[in-house]
Ligand binder design. Sequence first.
Ligand code: ZN
Length: 279
Amino acid sequence: MIVDCHTHVWRLEHWSQELLAEAGRARSESFNLDAPWEAHWQAMQAVDKAIVLGLRAQHVGLVVPNDYVVDYVRQHTDKLVGFASIDPNEPGYLDELHRTIEELNMSGVKLGPIYQNCHPMDSRMQPIYQYCQQKKLPILIHQGTTFSRKAPLKFSYPLLLEDVALAYPDLVMVIAHLGHPWIDETLVLIRKQPNFYSDVSALCYRPWQFYNGLVLASEYGVMHKLLFGSDFPFTTPQELIKALSSINQVPGNSGLARLSEEHLTALIERDTLGLLGLG
Ligand SMILES: [Zn+2]
């Protein structure tokens, strides 16, 4: 069983012109950022289950309606799991949280403090954590850098989540992208917080960073807390499987550490839905 825990659907009209231009500079010109339902469904043929994330961040200019995610997920309930995105800057954001979970039956929440210009321990965030802890809803949080000029790096440091973990000890959280570039910090945090995990999405196109991150995860003994995720449309699950399966080409014959094939297979086949309480 392969679970892709980090995927997106959106249309270009959900993006501001400014953010689209920034994304264009961050990626190659031929890259197609549009991620309509059909393209997502095609890419997900490589996996058995996929978590589809909403994304609402007025501050940087990316607002995907939660209904756009739900209307798609409902067509494939045996395979897709929908996470709502809640932006604490929006008036009525807690109503939206209740609506997406209680009326639309979404299964978790996506947050992005760097995109939402909000400290992870901001008072507006607290009721979201409280609600998710009580309802046993996992949170996938983008804690790490991004290309958007307006997005404040100061809110994206993974160690800011330590206070969240201590204040909400039963909250289940997945830190996206190994918290890049603060991978060491992410690994030591998930090592000591039993309900914290991290996904390996959107790193495979930086093979040196990806290889080093996985070696560090092995040395800290936290490979079992890393989750398979592609960040579609930025990469596909197929590309990630290929990158993980060939990661030992990075050290080659240099004598540098090699990743255990057993650990890599286990990462690809991780029972992510079970770990997040969604199985
Ligand atoms: Zn993402």
